[in-house]
Write a protein that binds this ligand. Structure first.
Ligand code: FES
Length: 236
C-alpha cells in the first residue's frame, strides 16, 4: 500500500506543477489587457474562444458617478439625514397613536368625576358613594362633631393632621372609605372615637377620619374634591 500512496502523491505534485504556469500566464494576460485596453471595460481572463456573449462580464462603467468625491459624500449624508428624519417622524407618530389608544376613553373620563347633591344629606348622617371603584364617605358633621375634631391634641396622633387640613368646609368631611391597614371598608358611626371602625383588625378612626387606635398606620385618605356651588360637591 505504501508504494501506491507515494506514487499517487508524486502524480499529484507533477500535475500541479504543470498547471501553475498556465494560471500565471492567464493573470499576466489579464493585467496586460487591462493596461492596454479600455479602462472602463473588463474582459474575463477565463473567456474561451467561441464563448457566447451571455457569459461575458458586463461593463458597469456607464453607471459610475461622474461627480467628484465631495459631491458624492454630500449626497450620501443628505440621504442618510433625510431617511433618519423620516424614520424619527414615523416612530413619533406610532408612539403617539399608541398612547392615544391607551388613554382613557370619554365614558371612563366621565366616571372620573362624580357630582353629589349635598341637599339630600341631612346633618349628622353619612353617605357612601362609589367613585373610581372605591367607596367615598361623605359626612355632614354637626357643630358638636366639628368641635370634638378640633379639640384633639394633634401631637398625640399617629398620623398628625389638624381637622382644618382635612376639610374644605368644616361641616363636610369627604374621604376614601378604605382602611389604611389592609384596605377593608370601615363601618361608620362606630368605634371608640365616634367616627369609623374597621372590623377586619380593629382600627378606630375619629370623627375627622384620623387613626386613633389599631394597626392602621395612616388617617383615611382625602380625595380631590371641590364645591363648585352651594349644595353641590364634585369628587375627582
Ligand atoms: S384592614 Fe382595617 S384594620 Fe386591618
Amino acid at each position: 500500500m505504501a508504494p501506491l500512496a507515494t506514487a499517487t502523491r508524486l502524480c499529484l505534485r507533477s500535475a500541479t506543477a504543470a498547471t501553475k504556469p498556465a494560471a500565471v500566464r492567464a493573470l499576466s494576460s489579464t493585467a496586460a489587457c487591462q493596461a492596454g485596453g479600455d479602462a472602463s471595460a473588463y474582459s474575463s481572463p477565463f473567456k474561451l474562444k467561441g464563448e457566447s456573449k451571455a457569459s461575458q462580464v458586463p461593463d458597469f462603467g456607464k453607471y459610475m458617478t461622474k461627480g467628484n468625491e465631495t459631491t458624492n459624500k454630500l449626497f450620501s449624508y443628505f440621504m442618510v439625514g433625510t431617511m433618519g428624519a423620516i424614520t424619527a417622524a414615523g416612530a413619533k407618530s406610532t408612539v403617539q397613536e399608541f398612547l392615544v389608544n391607551m388613554s382613557a376613553s370619554a365614558d371612563v373620563l366621565a366616571m372620573a368625576k362624580v357630582e353629589v347633591d349635598l341637599n339630600t344629606i341631612p346633618e349628622g348622617k353619612n353617605v357612601i358613594i362609589k367613585w373610581r371603584g372605591k367607596p367615598v364617605f361623605i359626612r355632614h358633621r354637626t357643630q358638636d362633631e366639628i368641635e370634638q375634631a378640633n379639640k384633639v391634641n394633634v401631637a398625640s396622633l399617629r398620623d398628625p393632621q389638624t381637622d382644618e387640613d382635612r376639610v374644605k368646609r368644616p361641616e363636610w368631611l369627604v374621604m376614601l372609605g378604605v382602611c389604611t391597614h389592609l384596605g377593608c371598608v370601615p363601618i361608620g358611626e362606630a368605634g371608640d372615637y365616634g367616627g369609623w371602625f374597621c372590623p377586619c383588625h380593629g382600627s378606630h378612626y375619629d370623627i375627622s377620619g384620623r387613626i386613633r387606635k389599631g394597626p392602621a398606620p395612616l388617617n383615611l385618605e382625602i380625595p380631590e374634591y371641590d364645591f363648585p356651588e352651594d349644595g353641590k360637591l364634585v369628587i375627582g
